[in-house]
Design a protein around this ligand. Structure first.
Ligand SMILES: Cc1ncc(COP(=O)(O)O)c(C=O)c1O
Length: 445
């Protein structure tokens, strides 16, 4: 890595200062967190994270797809500082301030769909999903939901009831919300159907109509179908266009609302403001969080205005849409529109094509997929059998860390790349070099 100016590893990992923090953390912090490697951060700027021992890392995880504008972008820091000196908190549920209504207007304008829209603010992804569930029930008078295997929608009890990603996330926490049925998410790489010549026979997308509605669930009881346009925690899985056509048809035919969970895929990450825009679908409700405010806590739902008819007092949050998060979000959106979204599309395309080319040199890569800077790399033991290489994936994450590249896993056996949207082509190439070194060395270890 002689030519890599971003990475400098000068101590064993974890270093001595990091080890002290890890010991303190072990003693006092909830053991429910799942840290894949012992990165102990001190500070970060742009795409580089510096740990407490002075080691520097190239960040392709962005605080789990949150730091969209890069770490501590000077403009974001400036608006946060200015807003903190002016007004930190008042509670938008009881009073007014312009940052909240201005951000609501902006989100209503940039969310797909021509009609009027309204916005509700919380503090996180799970709260956004929770709000979407409550609004869907309130607006339709129906109680049931359809969600997908592999989905991750959050960990509060309502959102957790939709989540179907890992048993550990649910085990011991039931009973969960009644009336949620999960169906398979279209997963082209592991398609169980035999593809027709020259295309796919998307029987997988018809499972709701062909099986569910004919056996156990009446469509007129379903308030909404909740979906990730690109499944995140489940493995960065991109569904075929037919999936979205089917969702639209079901929604029209049975008056079922469509709730798009864009918590991970939204805010420019895929090269468009919202991932649904790649697929020509206009959801009734969109859930947003993560990348919206460059790292400050904020969640939101944007819904068609006529749906958001719930009365005063029916739903609110003390901290939701606090002035500093709203100011940071407005500046984040300005930066996204001012070139970062375009960069996500272009640099993402470069990464995707380079990784596809890497497949000829790395037998462990079974599939590469994604949009923009939301890229999944699925590892397999054998391309013919597609045997899942979860242990190789875990090893790859670890080895990337040891070489100064921060990435995370997703699904059972995939890696995900989700760098800040400021990532340059040379930084992308530096990450590719490390990935290739790690992935070619993995089989046989
Ligand atoms: C698609 C999706 N929805 C919801 C959530 C929950 O967000 P939060 O952790 O902010 O509650 C996540 C988090 O990873 C997510 O990826």
């Amino acid at each position: 890595m002689a030519n890599n100016p971003w990475i400098k590893i000068t101590t064993p990992l974890p270093g001595p200062k990091a080890r002290a923090v890890l010991a303190q953390d072990r003693k006092y912090v909830s053991p429910s967190y799942s840290r894949p490697y012992p990165l102990v951060a001190d500070r970060a700027a742009g795409i580089v994270v510096t740990d407490v021992d002075g080691n520097t890392f190239l960040d392709f995880a962005a605080g789990i797809a949150v730091c969209s504008t890069g770490h501590c972008h000077p403009q974001i820091v400036k608006v946060i500082q200015e807003q903190a000196a002016r007004l930190i908190h008042l509670s938008g549920t009881d009073f007014y301030y312009p940052q909240l209504s201005t951000l609501a207007q902006k989100l209503a304008e940039i969310a797909p769909g021509q009609g009027d829209k309204k916005v509700y603010f919380g503090n996180s992804g799970t709260e956004a999903v929770e709000a979407a569930l409550k609004l869907a029930r309130y607006a339709t008078g129906r109680k049931k939901f359809i969600a997908f295997y592999g989905a991750f929608h959050g960990r509060t009890l309502g959102a957790l009831s939709l989540t179907a990603s890992k048993p550990v996330q649910r085990r011991g926490f039931g009973p969960l919300l009644d009336g949620i049925t999960h169906v398979p998410y279209p997963y082209c790489y592991r398609c169980a159907e035999k593809p027709l010549q020259g295309g796919c026979d998307p029987r997988c997308v018809r499972v709701i109509e062909d099986q569910l509605f004919r056996t156990i669930l009446s469509p007129d009881e379903v308030a909404a179908i909740v979906f990730e346009p690109i499944q995140g925690e489940g493995g960065y899985i991109v569904p075929p266009a037919e999936f979205f056509e089917e969702l639209k048809r079901l929604s029209r035919q049975h008056a079922i609302l469509l709730i798009a969970d864009e918590v991970q895929s939204g805010m420019g990450r895929t090269g468009k403001m919202f991932a649904v825009e790649h697929f020509g679908i206009e959801p009734d409700i969109i859930a947003i969080a993560k990348g919206i405010a460059s790292g400050l806590p904020l969640g939101a739902i944007v819904a068609r205005a006529e749906l958001m008819s719930w009365p005063p007092g029916s739903h609110a949050s003390t901290f939701g849409g606090n002035p500093i998060s709203c100011a940071a979000a407005l500046e984040t959106i300005r930066l996204l529109e001012d070139g970062l979204m375009q960069n996500a599309a272009e640099t993402g395309e470069h990464l995707l094509r380079s990784l596809q080319a890497m497949m000829s040199r790395c037998a462990a890569i079974g599939d590469v997929r994604g949009r923009g800077l939301m890229i999944g790399i699925e590892l397999v033991k054998d391309r013919a059998t597609k045997e899942k290489a979860g242990d190789w994936r875990d090893l790859a994450v670890q080895r990337c860390f040891e070489r100064g590249l921060l990435i995370l896993g997703c699904g059972e056996n995939s890696l995900r790349l989700m760098p800040p949207l400021i990532v340059s082509r040379t930084q992308a190439d530096a990450a590719l070099e490390i990935l290739e070194e790690v992935l070619t060395a993995i089989p046989g270890t």
